[in-house]
Design a protein around this ligand. Structure first.
Ligand SMILES: Cc1cc2nc3c(=O)[nH]c(=O)nc-3n(C[C@H](O)[C@H](O)[C@H](O)COP(=O)(O)OP(=O)(O)OC[C@H]3O[C@@H](n4cnc5c(N)ncnc54)[C@H](O)[C@@H]3O)c2cc1C
Length: 420
């Protein structure tokens, strides 16, 4: 007779997979129900005309503590970005490096017309403070908005608008910089001390690596969970499943639908990512390019010749261009493409008119809002009551690491209560 699993998990994103693997370690049986046709949730890679398109430009910060614990970085064959970026200000691009990691960049960075000399010294001071502060102290430390923190550290509007707004705005999907200063500080520390990388097979290789470790028959795809009650879940066609414990590991908005008043979630931050195919790239370096002029230059927040970082993202002789907008435009795909191409042609007049449009990913829920008061508590509860648990990036920092960590926390809560 087929035995019911001990635990049912809703969602095979990073949180659901991390939760499952922790349960597996302790010999607990489980079944993951996944609505889509693959694992990874927001971290998936589509192969499109031999290009690898991540479903939204994203990166792995190799210093993430939970990712280091759970992932096999060697097997992911990570390719790193150059530590620094190129910033579009006025009519040209300026390299803004991290001289602590690349001393040769010091003169170029000091001379770049990005902020003032005092701003650059203030960045070095902030860097020094954060590098020597443990993550735990940052997360328990004083909290304000990022913009208030930057002002209190003495940064001018010039550097805030030209560098911090596009850079950190592009990470938190929040150009207004109202995101918690603790999130800003922890991310700044991670960038200062570690590599920023993408796997050879695309970001989707991260969840795929985890899914390969699952036991046979523990994952059921194309199965949307319709509702969850104590110990029971309802599936399409009147099917029901039961278990000692249920873990809801979906994104925040879906968790709120399934769990109702049992949880509160923060609003969603939107994002749009567009891809183009180019021939030879206008620059060879594996750099992120930031829009230091804001909306007056156009809708692009950041862009990247992503195959400069990892050549396997594009077929031989081609370049993959990724473009990120921190909005959810109303225009249809081709209208939006036309708007974005105007800006690309301003930036790369000799090349961008030749680039071939590939695809757009518009995400109404890119990340949970991490501004105060939504994130006053970084580790939100994962146990709702005996038998019902929740995890996902809406329970911890809104990141790959936060999702993985929340999955482990949920599994540990289940393990402490499960009857053997
Ligand atoms: C464009 C973009 C860029 C990002 N950039 C970065 C970055 O550079 N670095 C970083 O650390 N983080 C980044 N993030 C954030 C990171 O991707 C997420 O925080 C993380 O992947 C969330 O994982 P999760 O498991 O919590 O949720 P999800 O990935 O949302 O997984 C939830 C899963 O549940 C499934 N599901 C939903 N409802 C149901 C249902 N009713 N029944 C069954 N299954 C269901 C979904 O299909 C999905 O597979 C980015 C996110 C986006 C969108």
């Amino acid at each position: 007779m087929k035995r019911n699993p001990d635990v049912l998990i809703v969602g095979a994103g990073l949180a659901g997979l991390a939760c499952a693997l922790k349960l597996m370690e302790k010999g607990i049986t489980f079944l993951i129900l996944e609505a889509s046709n693959g694992v990874g949730g927001r971290v998936r890679t589509d192969v499109f005309e031999d290009f690898r398109l991540d479903r939204g430009f994203q990166v792995l910060l190799t210093g993430y503590p939970e990712a280091k614990r759970v992932l096999d970085y060697g097997a992911l064959k990570l390719h790193s970005f150059y530590p620094g970026c190129l910033i579009r200000v006025g009519d040209s691009f300026h390299k803004f490096g991290d001289p602590f990691r690349n001393p040769l960049d010091i003169f170029m960075t000091m001379l770049a017309p990005i902020g003032t000399w005092e701003d650059k010294f203030a960045i070095a001071k902030l860097r020094k403070r954060l590098v020597s502060t443990p993550f735990g102290d940052i997360m328990r430390g004083p909290e304000t908005s990022t913009i208030e923190l930057l002002r209190s550290e003495g940064f001018t509007d010039a550097i805030i608008n030209q560098f911090f707004r596009p850079f950190f705005g592009g990470i938190s999907f929040d150009e207004s910089l109202v995101t918690s200063s603790r999130i800003f500080e922890s991310v700044f520390k991670l960038f200062a001390q570690n590599d920023t990388a993408i796997p050879q097979d695309g970001m989707g290789a991260i969840p795929n690596q985890l899914a390969k470790r699952l036991p046979p028959n523990s994952l059921r795809m194309n199965t949307k969970v319709l509702s969850v009650q104590d110990g029971i879940m309802n599936l399409p066609h009147g099917e029901t499943l039961g278990a000692q414990a249920i873990v809801v590991a979906t994104d925040g908005p879906e968790a709120a639908k399934l769990l109702g008043d049992d949880i509160t979630i923060s609003p969603s931050r939107v994002v749009t990512c567009m891809y183009y195919a180019a021939g030879k790239p206008p620059l060879d370096e594996p750099l992120l390019i930031l829009n230091g002029e804001g909306k007056k230059d156009g809708p692009i927040n950041n862009m990247c010749f992503i195959s400069n970082v990892c050549p396997s993202y594009a077929p031989a002789g081609h370049t993959l261009v990724s473009v990120t907008l921190l909005s959810y435009p109303e225009e249809d795909e081709m209208e939006l493409e036309a708007i974005v191409r105007v800006q690309l042609k301003e930036w790369f007049p000799d090349e961008a008119y030749k680039w071939r449009y590939l695809k757009t990913y518009k995400l109404a829920h890119g990340l949970p809002d991490q501004s105060i008061p939504h994130i006053s508590e970084i580790e939100r509860p994962v146990r709702l009551r005996k038998g019902l648990y929740v995890c996902g990036d809406h329970r911890d920092t809104a990141s790959i690491d936060g999702a993985l960590y929340s999955g482990r926390r949920a599994a540990e809560a289940v393990l402490s209560e499960l009857t053997p």
